[in-house]
Design a binder for this molecule. Structure first.
Ligand SMILES: [Zn+2]
Length: 380
């Protein structure tokens, strides 16, 4: 399976190279079909490539094709060179029904081309009628298998309920209902260990065994945290999709530009920079994942709102003043004296899609009935 990973990576990297040579005025780089023809020719010529699975290699080209289309659509960055040991994996398509077998309640096995039967532990039932799967090797050396199936979206409750979510630094997400949702993080002990390991990694010599050991230890800690975050995103998104008709979130593309100064209060001490960047990373990746899951589960019910001034605007009277946000945690309106948790106040603003001045000149189509939102404001 490592060889499958290597083949997929190699073919992908060749495709990246081909497209990297392109410059305005040159003939366009080969597309998927042309690349498949080239792959067939290359397999005829090179034995080590021929030994591998054609499906694995062809699917790497298909993945690349999709990555390029996403890049041209402006939703993703340009596909880049794949490195050994980082997001390794391959995809198998045209899976036959009898190529996935359940052995007992916990264990199943799958027939991987050129490898044979591979056992795996079931974390959930294999969906019926699977046509493809992806096998991946994570940086901590664990193998994963994922079967492709698009789950049915969760139906809206039909109550007209609207919720706003604000991502916080101290708290992972604040809802306009006043709920504060915190993602499970590494324990303080493990965090300290992670910082220590990162420092050791910086000192370790490149290519040394020590460096490899430290890297693996870091990967294990990070993966533990990532698993908890993924689990959290699944639970929260399912819960919100079931409870509310419309879910308002801040538009991250705009948020990146306007919100950089937020979350400045950090506990003083050593390694502030490192800790701050770690926090930021956690907050950012968790947020993106949560929004993606929401969009999948509450299809067509997620609204992206311009987040400008949501943290400075009073959700009770609409007054905008930087002074109202005195600290990281508390919001106190300088005009009407309304006080609230700062993140909850921002979430209420997001729920109404209000962004005051920044909205001027923007034609925003909001097909949603506004009444429940007003009611929500009064409650806040
Ligand atoms: Zn006010």
């Amino acid at each position: 399976m490592r060889q499958h990973c290597a083949h997929a990576r190699h073919v992908w990297n060749l495709a990246v190279e081909q497209h990297g040579h392109w410059k305005p005025g040159r003939k366009s780089a080969p597309g998927y079909l042309e690349q498949c023809r080239q792959l067939t020719a290359a397999r005829r010529e090179f034995g080590w490539l021929r030994e591998g699975s054609q499906t694995v290699q062809q699917q790497a080209l298909r993945d690349f094709d999709e990555a390029m289309r996403n890049f041209f659509a402006g939703t993703h960055r340009r596909p880049r060179w794949r490195k050994v040991g980082r997001s390794e994996g391959f995809r198998i398509v045209a899976v036959k029904a009898d190529h996935v077998r359940r052995l007992n309640r916990r264990v199943a096995q799958v027939r991987v081309p050129k490898v044979g039967w591979v056992r795996f532990r079931l974390s959930r039932p294999v969906p019926a009628g699977v046509k493809s799967y992806r096998i991946a090797l994570d940086s901590a050396g664990r193998w994963h298998i994922a079967f492709a199936a698009i789950p049915d979206p969760i139906p809206a409750p039909g109550t007209g309920g609207v919720v706003g979510i604000d991502r916080g630094v101290a708290v992972s997400a604040a809802l306009s209902t006043g709920e504060l949702l915190d993602v499970l993080r590494l324990s303080p002990g493990r965090r300290r260990r992670l910082l220590g390991l990162q420092r050791r990694l910086a000192r370790a010599q490149r290519g040394s065994n020590r460096r490899a050991r430290v890297k693996l230890a870091i990967a294990e800690l990070r993966i533990r945290e990532a698993d908890a975050r993924k689990d959290w995103c699944h639970k929260v998104s399912t819960d919100l999709a079931r409870r509310f008709d419309v879910i308002c979130v801040e538009d991250l593309k705009i948020a990146n530009m306007t919100r950089s100064a937020r979350g400045t209060i950090e506990a003083p001490g050593r390694n502030i920079q490192q800790k701050a960047s770690l926090n930021r990373e956690i907050a950012a990746s968790g947020w993106g994942l949560l929004v993606r899951r929401l969009e999948q589960k509450a299809r067509g019910r997620v609204e992206k709102v311009d987040p400008a001034f949501t943290s400075q605007r009073c959700s009770a009277c609409g007054h905008v003043d930087r002074e109202s946000r005195k600290s990281q945690a508390r919001f106190r309106c300088t005009a009407c004296g309304f006080t609230a948790n700062a993140d909850v106040n921002a979430a209420c603003n997001i729920a109404v899609g209000h962004t005051v001045t920044a909205r001027r000149g923007l034609a925003v189509v909001r097909p949603v009935n506004r009444e429940p939102q007003l009611e929500l404001l009064e409650r806040a």
